[in-house]
Design a protein around this ligand. Structure first.
Ligand SMILES: C[S@@+](CC[C@H](N)C(=O)[O-])C[C@H]1O[C@@H](n2cnc3c(N)ncnc32)[C@H](O)[C@@H]1O
Length: 209
């Protein structure tokens, strides 16, 4: 069965995320700027679940090599239109279903994964990170304690019905425990609250070995 993310047009996703009571797109852009700034020592990065490249400009400013990875090829086409001319060979876009056993994250210093783990699951995510032996990992998950559903209410909500069925809440402690099985230690945590009450939690991990 086709992954439901392949059925959501990017303009619907981005319009939904930009609505004044959702404003997650702008918030996630700011978070990505901070994620990049906190990893000055990294030379390369992969943004997994890159969608239309929200925040990618921060990566392209700082890193020598940047990968954008997503399951939806139409999203990657938009990323190419938005960034390829300015970024040239520095930006590599790869279509990949990270839940497939053969999918491999490229060898980079930093992986950024914002609101993606909900769709691939904690176990698969941590395994893929460990296989890639990435030194730094920075991710954003949605807090589970807020009353808001994962997909915020908006006129575009009906487009997300199948996605809501796919998404699983991420338990923060379970993610940190699973990462520690692969020698990744939690080094940073910050919550941001959206106007609609949603909590976005940024968690950074570092490979100890
Ligand atoms: C909630 S969006 C987050 C997009 C972006 N990171 C942001 O913060 O706005 C989830 C993204 O992950 C992608 N995605 C979902 N499942 C995936 C999978 N199995 N493999 C690769 N990408 C996936 C979707 O296509 C979508 O672009």
């Amino acid at each position: 069965m086709k992954n439901p993310w392949n059925n959501v047009p990017l303009e619907v996703y981005e319009s939904h995320m930009s609505l004044s009571d959702v404003v997650q797109l702008q918030a996630l852009n700011g978070i990505m700027r901070e994620q990049v700034k906190s990893h000055q020592e990294a030379e390369s990065a992969a943004v997994i679940g890159v969608a239309g490249g929200n925040g990618l400009e921060h990566c392209l400013e700082q890193f020598k090599q940047v990968y954008g990875i997503d399951i939806n090829p139409a999203y990657l086409d938009v990323c190419a239109q938005r960034f390829r001319q300015a970024a040239g060979k520095k930006l590599k876009l790869e279509e990949m279903d990270l839940s497939e056993p053969e999918a491999a994250i490229p060898a980079v210093d930093l992986v950024i994964a914002d609101l993606l783990i909900e769709y691939v699951g904690v176990e698969t995510f941590c395994k893929k990170i460990a296989e890639a032996h990435t030194r730094y990992v920075s991710c954003v998950i949605q807090g589970r304690d807020c009353e808001q559903r994962f997909v915020s209410e908006s006129p575009y909500q009906s487009a997300f019905q199948d996605i809501e069925r796919l998404h699983q809440d991420v338990d923060e402690s379970r993610l940190t425990d699973e990462m520690s099985r692969y020698q990744y230690r939690l080094v940073f945590r910050r919550s941001s609250y959206m106007p609609n009450g949603k909590e976005l939690i940024r968690l950074d991990y570092r490979l100890e070995a």
